[in-house]
Structures are given as C-alpha cells and as structure tokens.
Design a binder for this molecule. Structure first.
Ligand code: ZN
Length: 122
C-alpha cells in the first residue's frame, strides 16, 4: 500500500464502535505499525460513550490507543530521533517510544497535508 492509498484508507474508517473482527480487519488492511515501538497494533476491548463494549486499535506494549502509522513514517521518525529530534511533550531523555510516538504523529500529519497541498498545486 503506497502512502496515498494508506491516507485514503486511514480516513475511510471511524475509530470506534466496531467489533473485534472489524477492528482486526482494519488493522490488517492498513498494515500500520505503532508510532512508538513499531509493533503491529492489536484490537483492544474498551467501551464507547454509551458504555457498550467496542474495540479500538492500539498498542499493548505502549499502552495507547491508535491506528498507528505507515512503516515508512515510523522509519522517518526514527531517523529524525537519531539526528536529535525530540518531542516537546517529554523530557529530552524520556523513553524513546514516547518521543517516537509524537514524532511519528507529526510526520504522518505532514505527509498527509503535503499530499493535499501537492495535489492542489498541480
Ligand atoms: Zn507501541
């Protein structure tokens, strides 16, 4: 899946009110990795606003919900981290996955907006 397809897929699905099977299918289709540790997200049982059970994608390793990011985005965040990039949300020496999760989110935002701007610029 290239980044354009991943972006379309990412925006197609809601993040809530789904069964474990639907959640797993979306995880498999997106084929993203956790922005923090780089592992594949899994369905995590939780409840929606009506207190009904539902499943959200998330990372048990990092203890966070989220769809994750494309592998290339995580790799880019890692390369930035190695060059000294840090999230302003954490102390400079905080655990690497915490920094990576934030840097990954930022990179993923940039990639999606860059794509939109590029399209509108043609
Ligand atoms: Zn993780």
């Amino acid at each position: 899946m290239d980044l354009e397809e991943a972006k379309a897929e990412f925006e197609k699905y809601p993040f809530y009110d789904i069964t474990e099977k639907e959640c797993q299918e979306r995880i498999d289709k997106l084929d993203f990795v956790c922005g923090g540790c780089g592992k594949k997200p899994t369905p995590i049982e939780t409840v929606n606003n009506n207190d009904e059970p539902t499943f959200w994608a998330g990372c048990n390793e990092c203890g966070v919900f989220g769809n994750g990011v494309p592998l290339m985005v995580w790799k880019t965040a890692n390369a930035m981290y190695d060059k000294g990039e840090r999230s302003t949300w954490y102390d400079y020496n905080a655990d690497k996955p915490n920094h990576l999760r934030n840097i990954s989110d930022k990179v993923w935002s940039v990639v999606r907006v860059y794509e939109e701007v590029s399209k509108n610029n043609n």
